[in-house]
Design a protein around this ligand. Structure first.
Ligand SMILES: [Zn+2]
Length: 271
């Protein structure tokens, strides 16, 4: 079911989430007041060592086109980059796993600048590297922090970003071209259905390689999410600096026309 209009009218909630107030002159008289807001970068840098899925045909490439003095006497530098859509800190557009889903360029901004909810399964992931978020853990989170609001981005903190850059530790396997023996934590299908179908979240994010855990062969969480035009954020970092509730997340991908995803800069605004 395609519901491209589901996010209409949510911009007001974002303004509230940013803590905007004190506009004594009324709307439109000045910039949004971000004093006292802390910006947390949830993005890994893109380098030639950036980790991509084992079956990815290539990684991130940066080719130097110019670097140094010009005949005119000034300095000039320029590069060309190339990369598959799905690697490093990136966004999955709904069409990645749903033929009728939105492409990267058509995801409404109102879906990408939303309240953040962080669920912590670091302890479970440290014991079981194939751990999956369960409905019981969602219920426990809501008992502690309140019901997850519609339109929120649910970010799953597993602690996996500490392993970033070391393929064997991060993916659980380092055999080139082989994605059949991966081990890392993710969302469980039942928990994803609650979040996507009952809570109507904007998307799911995680600090591991995929919202489906490593052993998944059917990518059930991706499909549940995409069918409702939800977005995924993968290979995040720094979720330990974001509170369980109360932050706002901005996840703005490169605007690739007809894309199935793309590199994304993800930032949390924390008061
Ligand atoms: Zn992806």
């Amino acid at each position: 079911m395609s519901r491209p209009s589901r996010w209409r009218g949510r911009a007001g909630a974002v303004v509230v989430a940013l803590g905007v107030g004190g506009c004594s002159g009324g709307a439109g008289t000045g910039p949004i007041d971000l004093r006292g807001v802390r910006f947390v970068d949830l993005t890994h840098p893109f380098t030639p060592e950036t980790l991509y899925w084992p079956t990815s045909p290539s990684g991130f490439r940066l080719e130097q086109l110019a670097f140094g003095p010009t005949p005119g006497g000034w300095f000039y530098s320029s590069y060309a980059f190339s990369a598959p859509e799905h690697g490093g800190t990136h966004l999955d557009a709904p069409i990645h796993f749903f033929e009728g889903g939105l492409t990267t360029d058509r995801i409404p901004l109102e879906q990408l600048i939303v309240p953040a909810v962080v669920i912590d399964i670091t302890a479970e992931s440290a014991i079981d590297r194939d751990a999956r978020l369960t409905p019981e853990q969602v219920a426990r989170h809501e008992a502690d922090h309140g019901r997850i609001p519609a339109g929120a981005m649910v970010l799953l903190k597993t602690g996996w970003d500490a392993r970033w850059g070391r393929r064997l530790e991060y993916f659980g396997d380092s055999v080139p071209g082989d994605a059949s023996n991966l081990h890392f934590p993710g969302f469980g299908e039942d928990a994803a259905r609650i979040l996507v179908e009952e809570r109507d979240v904007a998307g799911l994010g995680i600090d591991s390689p995929s919202i489906d855990h490593g052993p998944s062969k059917d990518f059930a969480v991706h499909r549940v999410l995409a069918a409702r035009n939800g977005v995924a954020l993968e290979n995040l970092r720094g979720l330990d600096q974001v509170p369980a509730v109360g932050a706002t997340v901005l996840a703005l991908p490169m605007k690739i026309a007809n894309g199935s995803g793309g590199p994304v800069r993800v930032v949390a605004l924390v008061r």
